[in-house]
Design a binder for this molecule. Structure first.
Ligand SMILES: [Zn+2]
Length: 378
C-alpha cells in the first residue's frame, strides 16, 4: 500500500468510485474540499472525516478505501481530507506564494528558498521561519528528531517572541512537520498547516469548531455537520505518542443513556482492532499524550479530574472541558463538536510508526466495527 502523491490523485480515486460528491468549500490554491455521499437514507447519518493533520496520512487512505467498502443503510458522508494543501506537501505550499518549480528535499534547501524568495523573520539552528507573499513557512533540520518536534519549536518560539504572533495574525504557517520514520508522511511529502487566528493564537486545523472566526477547511466541515446532524462521527487521526499501538477516544454525551451507547460502540471499535491482530495502546501510552497546543496554565487553575479516563481496553474518554492546561480559546475539535451537538463521536488514533497498511487497516476496521455496533442501536 502507498499513500497519495497528490491531492489530484486522491480526487481521481474518489471520482472513479462513481459516488455522488459535493464540494463543501475551497482550500488555498482552489483545491476543493470534497464530501462523498454514500449509504442509504436511514437516520441518523454517519460522518467520517480525515486528514485535518496532513502528516497523519493513514486515516486519509482509510477514508478513501471506505468509499468502496463501507456498507450500511444509514446515510453516510465521507470527507477524505480536511487539508488538501497538506496532502500535496511543502513544495505545493511554496507554490502558493511564487512560481516555484524546483523540488525541495532538505531543510537547507528549504531555508535557501525562504532566504531568496522571501523574508526570514527568525533563524536559529532548530527553527527557521520565513514569509513569502501572504504565507509563512517554518523549517526545522531533520537530524534533530524529525519534523514532529517543529510544532513544539514553533510554540516555544512564539511564546518567547509574542510580538511575532501579531505579525502572523490571520496567516497560515506551513511547516515541514513530518518524520523520516513515518511511512507515507516524509518531511517534504506532506506539510502541516498551522493557522494563527486573528487574535494571534496559533492553531491547527482540528480546532476552531466553536470559534467565531474559522478557516474555510473548518467551516466546510462544520456546515455539513449542521446540515446532516450526524448521529455517529469518526475523525481519523494518528499519534506519534505510542509507536504502532491503537486507541480510540470517546466523548461525553448529552445524556447518561448516550454515554452508555458511546461506551458500547467505543469498546466495540477497540475490540475489533485487537481481534484483527493489532496491539492496543496502554494506559501509560495514552495518559502521556499531550492534550493541548497552547500556553501553560498556572498549577492552581488545573482541573482536578483528568482529561483522559479509561472506558475499556484501548478506549478512553476525553472530556474537552477538562484539558490540562486549558485550551484558552482554541475552540472544540470535530469530535468534541459532534458529541456536544449531535451524537456519538470518536477520534481514531493509530500509532504512526506502524506500516501504512497496518494503520490503514486499523482505521478501516474501526469504522466498520463502529458502524456495525451503531446499527444495533437503531
Ligand atoms: Zn491528528
Amino acid at each position: 500500500m502507498e499513500g497519495f502523491d497528490t491531492y489530484d490523485d486522491l480526487l481521481d480515486v474518489v471520482a472513479s468510485s462513481g459516488k455522488e460528491t459535493r464540494t463543501l468549500g475551497y482550500a488555498p490554491g482552489g483545491r476543493p474540499i470534497v464530501a462523498v455521499r454514500m449509504g442509504g437514507n436511514k437516520q441518523p447519518a454517519v460522518l467520517i472525516t480525515a486528514g485535518a493533520h496532513a502528516t497523519e496520512h493513514a486515516g486519509v487512505c482509510a477514508a478513501v478505501e471506505l468509499i468502496e467498502s463501507l456498507e450500511t443503510d444509514h446515510e453516510v458522508w465521507i470527507i477524505p481530507t480536511r487539508d488538501p494543501v497538506g496532502v500535496d506537501g511543502f513544495d505545493a505550499a511554496l507554490s502558493l506564494s511564487f512560481d516555484h518549480t524546483e523540488a525541495v528535499g532538505t531543510a537547507d534547501e528549504a531555508k535557501a528558498v525562504l532566504a531568496t524568495e522571501g523574508d526570514v523573520i527568525h533563524e536559529t539552528h532548530d527553527l527557521t521561519v520565513g514569509l513569502i507573499g501572504d504565507y509563512a513557512y517554518a523549517v526545522s533540520p531533520l537530524e534533530d528528531g524529525g519534523g514532529v518536534s517543529i510544532l513544539q519549536r514553533f510554540k516555544e518560539y512564539t511564546e518567547t517572541n509574542p510580538a511575532v504572533l501579531d505579525q502572523l495574525a490571520g496567516r497560515r504557517v506551513f511547516t515541514t512537520a513530518g518524520d523520516d520514520a513515518i511511512d507515507a508522511a516524509d518531511p517534504f511529502e506532506r506539510t502541516y498547516t498551522l493557522i494563527v487566528d486573528p487574535s494571534g493564537l496559533p492553531l491547527h486545523l482540528n480546532r476552531f469548531f466553536t470559534n467565531e472566526w474559522a478557516p474555510p477547511e473548518t467551516r466546510a466541515v462544520r456546515r455539513l455537520m449542521v446540515e446532516i446532524e450526524p448521529g455517529l462521527t469518526f475523525d481519523n487521526h494518528e499519534t506519534s505518542g505510542h509507536e504502532d499501538r491503537f486507541h480510540v477516544s470517546l466523548r461525553p454525551q448529552r445524556t447518561a443513556a448516550g454515554d452508555d451507547r458511546e461506551k458500547q460502540v467505543g469498546v466495540a471499535i477497540s475490540s475489533a482492532v485487537e481481534d484483527r491482530g493489532s496491539e492496543l495502546a496502554t494506559d501509560e501510552d495514552v495518559l502521556a499524550t499531550p492534550t493541548s497546543t497552547v500556553a501553560e496554565a498556572d498549577d492552581d487553575e488545573r482541573p482536578e479530574d483528568g482529561f483522559y479516563s479509561r472506558a475499556g481496553p484501548g478506549a478512553y474518554w476525553v472530556d474537552p472541558n477538562l484539558t490540562d492546561p486549558p485550551r484558552l480559546g482554541e475552540g472544540l475539535n470535530a469530535t468534541d463538536y459532534a458529541a456536544e451537538q449531535y451524537g456519538l463521536a470518536f477520534t481514531l488514533e493509530t500509532g504512526m510508526y506502524g506500516s501504512l497498511a497496518r494503520r490503514v487497516n486499523d482505521a478501516i476496521t474501526s469504522v466498520q466495527a463502529g458502524v456495525a455496533e451503531f446499527e444495533t442501536l437503531y
